[in-house]
Design a binder for this molecule. Structure first.
Ligand SMILES: Nc1ncnc2c1ncn2[C@@H]1O[C@H](COP(=O)(O)OP(=O)(O)OP(=O)(O)O)[C@@H](O)[C@H]1O
Ligand SMILES: [Mg+2]
Length: 320
């Protein structure tokens, strides 16, 4: 069995062929902390061990490990996050083949060639043995394929394009901005750009600080929920401890979002000559309008899907 995994830094997206050929997919947050936590006696597995180090899944703890850095891609916590997401599929643990991703800036070297060292490093990291506190069976990884982020998401559109045309794919995730320009029929990678420091986490960090001022100590995941629900006043009212600070938190999110938009548009300026544009990743909703206005391609050549967070894993799945 082959399972497709877009192991992003904020959430792991998994897609597979379910029973009777029904495609299935899930997204699981990457919020882990060091050490084990109390077990409530239900069937959920939350405590893991890797190379003698203990970690637990905790969606709400503000001391959760920081995944917003590139080293996380190769870390023990990344391996555990993938295994945890695999268990969440409900598939009975067995030996599987797996496809995972690396950000463009890690997958390619400065000469735009595949960085074999990084690919190998990713594979070796994933081969580490993981066990859990309930001593139940875990998935075993047989073959591991590493693919670049963003490019596979354009697979279907590119296959319908002419070789003289090109597609700009802008992937805005939790931590990284990946931009690639690929020619029709996937004949050429024209240009790539990866910025490991520009992602929704720029807003997350500022939101967390504003929330602290409101005596609300949020994990990254919780702060992200404030960003996603930025237009939902009820959510703010329910989850912020000092009501007088609600407006301040909202304004902080809006101004951080404007700065994020500016940075992304600046990065797009170096790309020229594309005929089609696709915006993917969880941050799409925050930036797609600005990108559409800036790139100014034909209306029917601008793509944002209804579930942009899953575009990459969908592409991995289609590529096989
Ligand atoms: N509707 C939404 N509005 C705003 N932000 C959103 C929305 N949905 C998801 N996000 C944000 O998108 C981010 C997750 O996106 P995604 O899953 O693409 O990131 P990732 O792949 O884990 O990160 P990366 O690619 O940088 O490693 C989170 O920060 C989340 O808060
Ligand atoms: Mg991603």
């Amino acid at each position: 069995m082959k399972i497709y995994v877009d192991d992003g830094s904020t959430s792991i997206k998994v897609k597979w062929d379910g029973e009777e050929g029904v495609e299935k997919k899930i997204a699981v947050p990457t919020t882990f902390k060091r050490g084990w936590k109390a077990d409530f006696g239900n069937s959920n597995i939350v405590n893991y061990d890797i190379d003698g180090e203990k970690y637990s899944f905790d969606r709400h703890d503000s001391t959760a490990l920081n995944t917003n850095n590139i080293e996380w891609q190769y870390s023990a916590a990344n391996t555990i996050a993938i295994h945890h997401a695999l268990l969440k599929t409900g598939i009975e643990p067995k030996t599987i083949d797996i496809v995972v991703t690396l950000p463009l800036s890690e997958y390619y070297d400065t000469n735009k060639q595949v960085n074999k060292e990084n690919v190998q490093r990713k594979k070796s990291g994933l081969m580490r043995r993981v066990s859990n506190s309930k001593e139940t069976q875990m998935f075993k990884l047989n073959s591991i394929t590493v693919r670049p982020e963003s490019i596979p998401a354009g697979f279907e559109i590119l296959s319908e394009m002419d070789i003289n045309q090109s597609l700009l794919i802008v992937d805005i995730g939790g931590t990284t901005l990946d931009i690639s320009q690929i020619s029709g029929q996937m004949t050429d990678v024209i240009n790539i750009y990866g910025d490991p420091h520009t992602g929704v986490s720029l807003i997350t960090e500022e939101a967390k600080n504003a929330l602290i001022e409101a005596k609300t100590y949020a994990s990254n995941h919780m702060a992200d929920l404030f960003i996603i629900n930025r237009k939902n006043h009820d959510f703010f009212d329910k989850n912020i401890n000092i009501p007088a600070k609600i407006q301040r938190v909202k304004e902080t999110i809006e101004s951080a979002n404007r700065r994020l938009n500016e940075r992304i548009i600046n990065s797009i300026r170096q790309f020229k000559g594309y005929s089609h544009v696709m915006v993917i990743g969880g941050g799409s909703e925050l930036i797609s309008q600005a990108i559409k206005d800036f790139c100014n391609v034909r209306h029917d050549r601008f793509f944002v899907s209804s579930h942009p967070q899953f575009d990459l894993v969908n592409g991995l799945f289609t590529m096989g």
